[in-house]
Ligand binder design. Sequence first.
Ligand code: 13P
Length: 342
Amino acid sequence: MPNTELHETAAALVAEGKGILAADESTGTIKKRFDTIGVESTEENRRAYRNLLFTTPGAEEYISGVILFDETIRQKADDGTPFPELLASKGVIPGIKVDEGAKPLAHAEGETVTEGLDGLRQRLEEYRELGARFAKWRATYSIDAEKPSEYCVWTNAHALARYAALCQEADLVPIVEPEVLQDGTHTIEQSRKATGRVLQAVYRELHDQRLDFRGTLLKPNMVLSGYEASDRASVDEVAEVTLECFYKHVPAAVPGVVFLSGGQSDEDATAHLNAMNARGPHPWQLSFSYGRALQAPALKAWVGKPENVEAAQRAYYHRAKMNGAARTGMYAPEMEREAVPA
Ligand code: 13P
């Protein structure tokens, strides 16, 4: 029997004008982010930073859900409210990263497979009790003349589907995140081919492992030319090629595609999403699940100082609002200037 709670949660995560904040940086990744602003990565600093984001007044107008890390889902806001409870009280759905990271894939130099399936059923049960209603698992793939290999594509697709099936069994919406990394000098055409191969394998495995697509979300990369490519594709080209690729490979039963930002500048990530939505309507909602592209200006404004909390919250609210506008194709770069926070 279809699980309507999963359908409702997936639909709520891609409600009109809203998207997801990815605040699930692992301890290693958040340390890298803090290093850029000269803040020590202590447990209390990580908590204070997440408190700043989650208590931003009005963010819930544009943010439907937040992805947490294992440490964060157990932490509390300044007033002692557990973070999942605080978010839920604002109508923001708590989610959890459940993979244990991309590890070297045996016999495949330079490629990775994401680990974390062992004991996952028990962990999902605990996360659901802690308040999570959705989960995330990220696989990564590189592009070059030989990569991604068929071996890497299918091994990760199989693991993504095993994770997703266990999530649905535990009444959690799986966000399926195959990220084709956009570093390097590849052309947009190479990115389209690699992304298409990856999506084709992912949907074959999700189908074979009996997933109910309506209770899932896809979190993919946009199709870009490599960040170091000499001749980079325009916003319109990115929108058209990404859509062409998704129309071929993503079933219409999937309620939403929530893009990752993957190292694009925050304004590029907004402009690309906007250009795709401006070409709508599409079979799926096209939304965001950004980490860096929602947080970068806030981190910079905060730099670990309590007196900067309000400025950092304004910066985060502003990016959430710009991406909320991009959800309906109503964003224009001039809005950045008009609405720049004080
Ligand atoms: P970025 O938007 O910074 O790529 O992060 C999204 C994410 O959750 C990556 O797993």
